[in-house]
Structures are given as structure tokens and as C-alpha cells.
Design a binder for this molecule. Sequence first.
Ligand code: COA
Length: 262
Amino acid sequence: TSMAYRTLTTADRGAVRTITVNRPDKLNALNRETIGELTLAFRQAASDDAVRVVVLTGAGEKAFVAGADISEMTAWSPVKAQAASRAGQELMLTVERLGKPVVAKIQGYALGGGMELAMACHLRVASDKARFGQPEIGLGLIPGFGGTQRLTRLTGRGAALELCLLGQQIDAARAERLGLVTRVVAADELDASVDAMADQLAAAAPLALKGILEAVIEGGECAIDQGLAFETQGFAIAFSTDDMREGTGAFLERRKPAFKGT
Ligand code: COA
């Protein structure tokens, strides 16, 4: 892709864009620059019609993202902390509301801001070596990039309170039982598993994917009447597409649909 980043790399494979946080010597910790660049990279992916799916991962074997960069925090005033929390939350909202599916590929530590980033993605595929946690309590802090809210929505209040109050790490198997990850695979199968999932999403009808994302994520935050209105809107918009005619026609003709994104 055209843009050059200092803390990220991006690569396209067909309609799948992979964004990789690239600070492996700091376990891909999210400093201010990384948060800014990720926000830009996701906005760019949103506006590029050639991109249908985004895969988000971290460089190296050890970590997806080991949290917000603790070394930056020590000098923060409360006002600075407020701005930093808002910037992190804004990134997470940009990911969550991208309008295209985002798959987190989690090979190692997803802690603190890293777990919050993973939770903003729509699907999470983890290696059996991945580790999760909200360790902020150990720093005398609380999660600041949406963790208290998204963890509660994903796992319920019980597990959210357990993980945030105790700050312990959990393994991939427990994360799967909690509904925190979509799928756990052997470490050497992670790339192939994510590629297959991304290819399936890239071949699907993009406006239908978008309708599902909006109805579940934005509609899911409303009372049911408004949520149902989101659903009806997405359902109706699908009827404006060639892909809907292709999908239903292919079913009736007993053949595989070929969606074009129109
Ligand atoms: N912020 C800043 N730097 C971080 C970091 C973070 N969140 N997580 C890791 N790093 C840095 C380490 O300081 C170290 O840098 P150095 O080599 O310049 O000293 C490097 O990444 C490697 O980490 P290290 O701690 O040596 O690896 P480890 O295998 O011993 O431990 C972890 C791995 C993930 C358990 C440990 O790094 C950790 O606890 N990180 C912080 C997790 C956290 O609290 N995140 C929430 C932040 S709000």
C-alpha cells in the first residue's frame, strides 16, 4: 500500500489487508505514535474499496500486543491521561465500526491495550500459545481503551470483573470458554486458519457483511426497537445489490454464488 508507517507494516493479498503492529522488541506495545498510525491505517482500509477484510496482528512470535506503552505513561498528567484514553478508545471504535470484517490473529500475549484492541476486532483467532489479560490493576490503573465495556459485553460481568480486579493472565483455552476468542488453533496452523477465514469473508457480499456488523454492533447498543430498525435497514439495503440476486439465484439454480461486491 502507498502509505509508509514507522510502527506498522501493511500488506495486501487479494482483497485481504493485513496490518501488523511492528515493535517486536517492545512486544508491540501501543505508544502514542502506534495508536495514531493504527487509526490512520484502519481509516485508509475503510475508504479503499479494494479492501474487503482486514487482518490485524503483531510482529514476532511472542506478542500480539502486550499493552499500552507503560514507559510513556509515567509522566502523564490526568489531563494527558484523559486525552490518551480518548485516543485509544477512538482507535478501538474505528476498528469496531469499520464496516468491513476485522480478524485479529493472536499468536502470543494480548494484554491490557492489546486485549482491548483484540476485543474491538470482530473475530479473534488465537494460537494455543496465546495469553490474555487485563493486568492494569497491577500498575495501580484501570483499563482505559474500552476494556471495561467490551469485556463485559463479550464475556458478561462475572468474568470481566474477575479479569480486571485480579489482573491474572489466562490461556487460550480459558479465553475460548469465556467467548473471548472465536477459535483456538495450534500455533503452526494459525496463519492458514486466518487466511482461510479471511478468504471466506473476502468472497462474501460486502454490503451484507456491513449490514450484519452494523446491526450487531451499533444496533446491539440500542434498545430492541432501534436495534431491529438497524436490522431492517441492512436487510432492505441488501435488496439493492446484484450480490443479493446472485446469492438467491445461485441457491435456486443449485450452484455456488459468485459475489462481485455490487
Ligand atoms: N509497555 C512498554 N514496554 C513493554 C510493554 C508495555 N506494555 N510490554 C513489554 N514491554 C517491553 C519490555 O519493557 C521489554 O523492553 P526492554 O527489552 O527494552 O526492557 C520488552 O518489551 C520485552 O518485554 P519483557 O518484559 O522483557 O518480556 P518477558 O517475556 O519477560 O515478559 C510480559 C512478557 C508480557 C509478561 C511483560 O512484558 C509484561 O508484563 N508486559 C506488560 C503487560 C502490561 O501490564 N500491559 C498493560 C499495560 S496498561
